[in-house]
Design a protein around this ligand. Structure first.
Ligand SMILES: [Zn+2]
Length: 322
């Protein structure tokens, strides 16, 4: 796409969103940056998706050079973002991690990201990535087609739990299931490492409620909003309305009633209140709609401005000590 005037116009809308909430900007825990050769393959996959499956088309909205893509996030006012990258085979993670060290060095607003795969030496290179300053990891159970409870990964999960380093994990069965996707295998990992800071990508789509159960059981589990609640995802994996109150809170009993008569989140049933453990994620640049749509999709949930401030900025800022 042509960068420039088009995204400048878009940036106005995105900025209006967070300025209206009185925020300093956005924290987006789920954006993709990876070596160009790998990203081209990812884009080719999405390009082929419609014709191959006879299913939904997935046009990449932000197909541009790397520096332009970084520039767009800055125009949008994203204070901190990530470089989600992931291997689909053994022997690849360490190379990706080396690339990510360099990317983080030349991109100070990127939270230094690393990845892992069940293979010999994984604990060693995870340790090295932590020593190099990695602040977040990405694990992709569907693309990697591995069992997250694989014994080979156990020492690596242990290191990450000990370090308190968040791991964004694509473990839900959307958009298509994998051999080891779903809440079961991840539940096994958490049973062994209850303090592990897993961030369930896509709100666990489409097994939303099972993953909310896990988050309610394990206090360090978080969820990212990536693609959830958007028109695109609601088509094939709608978030169950009955589960909405579980996303709210923690309640603020002192808040004044809203003059428009709409319910504040404090008025919603006081269940577990995961509102302080939900993090904005978008999947930029690999999304089939404009960036602002993810934000408006969160807004229209009607969980209130406190909730939006927490999700779009404060929860991430706290988690990463920004
Ligand atoms: Zn993603």
């Amino acid at each position: 796409m042509e960068a420039g005037t088009e995204t400048e116009g878009e940036a106005v809308g995105v900025r209006r969103f967070w300025e209206g909430l009185g925020l300093l900007g956005l924290v987006d825990v789920h954006t993709h940056f990876m070596p160009e050769s790998v990203l081209k393959k990812v884009w080719a996959y999405f390009d082929a998706l419609g014709p191959l499956t006879g299913g939904v088309e997935w046009p990449i909205t932000y197909r541009a050079e790397e520096d332009e893509r970084v520039g767009m996030l800055r125009e949008f006012g994203v204070r901190a973002f990530t470089a989600m990258l992931y291997p689909h085979k053994p022997g690849m993670a360490e190379w990706l991690n080396q690339w990510a060290v360099d990317f983080a060095r030349r991109t100070p607003d990127c939270l230094h990201t690393a990845t892992l795969f069940p293979e010999q030496g994984v604990a060693e290179y995870v340790r090295r990535a932590l020593d190099d300053g990695a602040r977040v990891f990405k694990a992709h159970v569907q693309v990697g087609a591995y069992d997250p409870a694989d014994a080979l990964l156990d020492p690596a999960w242990g290191l990450l739990a000990e370090a308190g380093t968040p791991v964004v994990i694509h473990c839900g069965s959307g958009p298509s299931p994998g051999k080891h996707t779903g809440p079961g295998p991840v539940g096994q990992v958490l049973a062994r490492h209850p303090r592990l800071r897993l961030v369930i990508a896509h709100m666990g789509m489409p097994e939303y409620e099972d993953f909310l159960d896990l988050a309610e059981r394990f206090g360090e589990v978080r969820l990212d909003t990536t693609m959830a609640f958007t028109d695109f995802s609601e088509e094939f994996a709608p978030f169950p309305r009955r589960a909405l109150p579980r996303l709210a809170g923690p309640p603020r009993p002192d808040g004044p009633p809203r003059p428009d008569g709409l319910r504040r989140h404090a008025d919603l049933p006081r269940l577990a209140g995961l509102g302080d453990r939900i993090l904005l994620g978008t999947d930029f640049p690999n999304i089939p709609y404009p960036y602002e749509h993810q934000l408006r999709a969160l807004e229209r949930l009607g969980l209130g401005e406190d909730w939006l401030r927490a999700v779009c900025h404060d929860n991430g800022a706290r988690l990463f000590g920004l």
